[in-house]
Ligand binder design. Sequence first.
Ligand code: FES
Length: 159
Amino acid sequence: MEAKIEVEKKEGEWEPRILAFLCRWCSYAGADLTGSARISYPPNVRILRVPCSGRVDPLFILKTLRSGMDGVLVSGCHPGDCHYTAGNYNARRKFAVLTRLLAYVGIDPRRVQFSWVSASEGEKFAKVVKQIVVDVKALGPNQLFRLPTLDKSGESIRQ
Ligand code: FES
């Protein structure tokens, strides 16, 4: 039996911003199915469609965190189902190294999560999103790695 992940939202509470890189063939279609099946999930995720999870360079993830997003989700086809044969295997190797790099530089690896969601797994997509929102919310805002926000005079504004 699967545990239900509940995302509670209180008035005025800080909400994480998460960027999701979704493979167009599987996970993006899965996200689409989530919407058309009217399965709800937290609105904290902004979706970026990519041709394959293998196309996601680890630098994209670091730049996303640097730009101020609080978390990153990368999702692609299940191993063996990649439309480019081995793109997701390459992604899996890159992300294994990235996870260690994140821990080394002091970024909690829970801020960056990877998953395999097929086009028919709308419920799974919603579950993955709920999980990353719960995890990133528990970690708090991404302050270690983000670029400072500057005011008009060029002074750093602490957020
Ligand atoms: Fe979906 Fe490669 S095409 S992970």
